[in-house]
Design a binder for this molecule. Structure first.
Ligand code: TXA
Ligand code: MG
Length: 350
């Protein structure tokens, strides 16, 4: 059965359509209450955020959190981000957060920034992968903020995809990847940002970016009064940040400005080729799948994962990707393309 057939939306004349499992509910107030019930019972709810959809569970319930790892096929030492309603909740999850954490929270929350801080003793080990720190984020998505407010606790949520694969930016992607293992999917349409949050670790007043997102190092440095460091690839402190990750089934190749030569070369080898680029060159060889122009770096980020999924769906063997320039979300897109390309070289680890 096509898993996408599970996706059901309430149209303007329909009250609500509930499907068996997972239930996919078009965002409304009443459905937020359903989601809160599922969380309180220890179930899994896929939640929309401005970055990507998350696979959420009650962060204070270790059994519920364990179900996330089982559903994703994710190694248990990979820590999860706890989503909270507002900066006041930091005190419940972090131990003695430094002033600079409050400064960043004030500047960027709700928004695509995760702060990794020394954990409070009460945070379950299963959430932090046994680490001394915890990742916290207030997502900028009205429906999910309402959910977090009514739930009252923290929601542990990684991206709602199978481990190592492309993150979901639509409810349909969640259903296709995780199907029956999610109890309820809150469908709020496509995500606005499209790539995962920037992660900053703050330990002993030192700031280090563990994952690049649309909030850049310069954005952070404008707010804080100290240098912001950037971690090297696959740092041991962020085990989920493997150099190889975010991969479609097709092989990803990062091209120079003009992908035509690469496309031709792969075609000559008998491969079905897709090209992903902001501006599609006019002289692409026949038969190449054109992954629709995306406009500018922010648009590229918004549509990146959907285009990678589309390439798989259309049976591409190779995706030749022209990276965007480094403005706005450009660096985050380049980072994800590089990781997807590494995965294609067989370095994926899970
Ligand atoms: O935008 C996002 O951050 C999305 C949405 C759903 O919020 N979440 C997301 O979660 O991308 P996930 O689990 O797919 O990626 C989170 C990354 C992982 O690489 C994990 O290792 C890292 O954050 N992380 C979480 N807690 C950490 C901690 N205490 N120390 C170091 N890294 C941490
Ligand atoms: Mg992820």
């Amino acid at each position: 059965m096509n898993p996408a057939a599970h996706v059901t939306r309430s149209g303007p004349c329909q009250d609500r359509v509930v499907v068996e499992r997972p239930r996919v509910l078009r965002a409304s107030d009443e459905q937020v209450d359903d989601a809160v019930d599922v969380l309180r019972r220890g179930g899994l709810v896929a939640i929309p955020t401005e970055t990507v959809y998350g696979l959420g569970a009650d962060a204070s319930n270790p059994d519920a959190v364990r179900r996330i790892f089982a559903a994703k096929g994710r190694p248990s030492d990979h820590p999860l981000i706890v989503h909270i309603h507002d900066a006041d909740a930091v005190a419940r999850w972090a131990h003695d957060p430094p002033a600079v954490a409050h400064q960043l929270a004030r500047a960027f929350w709700p928004g695509p920034l995760t702060l990794v801080l020394p954990r409070a003793a009460s945070v379950p080990d299963v959430v932090t992968g046994g680490r001394p720190t915890v990742g916290l984020r207030v997502p900028d998505q009205p429906l999910t903020l309402r959910l977090l407010e009514r739930f009252g606790g923290g929601v542990a949520a990684p991206s709602a995809n199978r481990f190592g694969r492309v993150s979901p930016t639509r409810a349909e992607h969640v259903v296709a990847d995780l199907g029956d293992s999610v109890d309820l999917v809150l469908d709020a349409g496509p995500c606005r940002v499209g790539v995962e949050s920037t992660i900053v670790e703050i330990v002993a007043d030192r700031l280090e970016v563990l994952r690049v997102g649309t909030i850049t190092v310069q954005d952070l440095e404008r707010v804080v009064d100290r240098p912001v460091h950037v971690a090297g690839p696959a740092t041991a402190r962020a085990p989920g940040m493997l150099a190889a990750h975010y991969a479609p089934t097709a092989q990803v190749v990062v091209a120079g400005e003009d992908p035509t030569g690469d496309a031709r070369a792969w075609q000559r080898l008998g491969r079905r080729v897709a090209v992903l680029a902001e501006v599609m060159p006019g002289n692409l060889p026949e038969g190449v799948i054109r992954l629709e122009p995306v406009g500018d770096p922010d648009g590229y980020a918004r549509h990146l994962y959907e285009r990678l999924r589309e390439a798989d769906h259309l049976g591409a063997d190779v995706i030749v990707a022209v990276p965007p320039d480094t403005a706005g979300a450009g660096l985050a897109v380049r980072d994800r393309l590089a990781r997807a390309a590494n995965s294609s070289r067989g370095q994926r680890s899970g």
